[in-house]
Design a protein around this ligand. Structure first.
Ligand SMILES: Cc1cc2nc3c(=O)[nH]c(=O)nc-3n(C[C@H](O)[C@H](O)[C@H](O)COP(=O)(O)OP(=O)(O)OC[C@H]3O[C@@H](n4cnc5c(N)ncnc54)[C@H](O)[C@@H]3O)c2cc1C
Length: 404
């Protein structure tokens, strides 16, 4: 087959774009990575502040279910770039990984900067050119890519193929501001509206609780909503509640709030103890103690947890051991609203898969492929986001290569 693809523009220098650039440049294609920010990978660096959860070690069949409605579409992409491939890729860049508690995979350095530094050096070695401070604005009438430059000027490019990896719309100060949605809509690309994913929720805490306990963790709890129960941690925030277990339910919670206005999340503060066992302990330890002391000594509840019980069940907690155990095993919290998108960990919505052809190519713009968080999928935290982002970057790049 004759070689028709010699130059590729990758727009967006986050993990999806850089992964696409790596695959393409390794195959000898000339790649220019454009980004509107002065430096690349800013959101990846931010993810590194939380240790950089790269992927997850769980069984593949369970892994792919984390992508919910997009699982079927993303499965072949993740089969083609698996968690094992991701770990090998990190090791190849000198970053050993380890499996942390609950099966999450992290680099030993527990941050993104060494990985990003090694990665950018590798890409430069492979001949990738970086053009930062280039804000992509769409196409001109001649079909060229148009970028606004830092000094208010503009620059055009006519590559043989383009990969858009522009990210979602959360944390816009890190670069991905979602402005591409307008450009693609004008081009006839169908988008699902952006929504906050892996975000916190507003709760109308009492003033006392908010002031005293914002920033306190709720460890080893179980949260239930609808038919789903998730074990993990949450964090009390001054505005409400956030954290891994909340994020895991956030897609369902967000949809229910959109429909019903407010929803009730049930918290089990002692998921390892059955209700009868807990009731028995409370009964035996009860004589002559205040409820606070009883809960602290017998059920090891922290002051934040005891006061959360009061937020959910009222100041006067039940005296009866059975009723008190029931309260500990099921405290209702009313979630009133999803936190705004700009502080969410990720973005749901984006380019709909139905408008894509083979290899993540836009039906409305042949030769233009899309990767990463700008696609319409979401996943909980746990490494599933970066795995999906990397795998889609690989898929878009391989699709471009397949046309040579
Ligand atoms: C606080 C936080 C913690 C996180 N922790 C984790 C974690 O531990 N594990 C995990 O799996 N995920 C985590 N994530 C999510 C993960 O970082 C993102 O899913 C991932 O960075 C998305 O990659 P991307 O390449 O698709 O987009 P991005 O990383 O957002 O990169 C997009 C790039 O495109 C550029 N761009 C956008 N528009 C334009 C334009 N018009 N012209 C030129 N350039 C443009 C941006 O400047 C940016 O550099 C976290 C996110 C946050 C905010």
């Amino acid at each position: 087959m004759t070689k028709t693809i010699e130059s590729v523009a990758v727009i967006g220098g986050g993990p999806a774009g850089l992964m696409a650039a790596q695959v393409l440049s390794a195959a000898g294609v000339g790649v220019v990575v454009y980004d509107r920010m002065p430096t690349l990978g800013r959101k990846l660096l931010m993810a590194g502040r939380g240790g950089l959860n790269l992927t997850h070690s769980e069984d593949f069949a369970a892994f792919v279910t984390r992508y919910g409605a997009a699982a079927e579409t993303l499965t072949p992409l993740i089969e083609a770039f698996t968690p094992t491939d991701l770990i090998a890729w990190a090791q190849d860049l000198g970053q050993e990984t380890f499996i942390g508690s609950s099966g999450r995979v992290f680099p030993r350095a527990l941050k993104a900067s060494p990985l990003l530094r090694a990665w950018l050096a590798r890409l430069a070695d492979q001949g990738v050119e970086f053009r930062t401070r280039r804000d992509w604005r769409g196409w001109n009438e001649a079909g060229e890519l148009v970028f606004e430059t830092a000094n208010g000027g503009s620059e055009t490019a006519r590559p043989d193929a383009t990969i858009l990896a522009l990210g979602g719309a959360s944390w816009p100060r890190l670069g991905s501001n979602g402005a591409w949605a307008e450009v693609l809509t004008a081009r006839g690309v169908e988008l699902a509206p952006f929504q906050a994913a892996n975000s916190g929720f507003d709760v109308a805490w009492s003033e006392v609780f908010r002031t005293r306990f914002a920033g306190h963790p709720l460890k080893n709890i179980a949260l239930s909503f609808g038919a789903r129960t998730v074990r993990g941690e949450a964090m009390i925030a001054d505005y409400g509640i956030e954290g891994g277990a909340v994020y895991a339910l956030s897609a369902d919670l967000r949809e229910a709030i959109t429909k019903n206005g407010a929803v009730t999340l049930e918290v089990d503060l002692r998921p390892d103890l059955s209700r009868p066992k807990l009731a028995d302990r409370l009964h035996k330890g009860g004589a002559g103690q205040s409820t606070t002391n009883l809960l602290r000594k017998t059920a090891s509840l922290t002051p934040a947890e005891i006061n959360l019980l009061r937020e959910g069940h009222g100041i006067e907690l039940p005296k009866d051991a059975g009723a008190l155990a029931r309260a500990v095993k099921s405290t209702p919290i009313t979630l009133r609203a999803v936190r705004p998108l700009d502080r969410a960990i990720s973005t749901a919505g984006g380019v709909k898969f139905s408008g894509l052809e083979e290899g993540l190519m836009l039906g409305a713009a042949p030769g233009v492929h899309v990767a990463g968080e700008m696609l319409d999928w979401e996943a909980p935290t746990g490494g599933y986001l970066l795995q999906g982002v990397f795998a889609s970057g690989v898929a878009a790049a391989r699709a471009v290569l397949s046309k040579r």
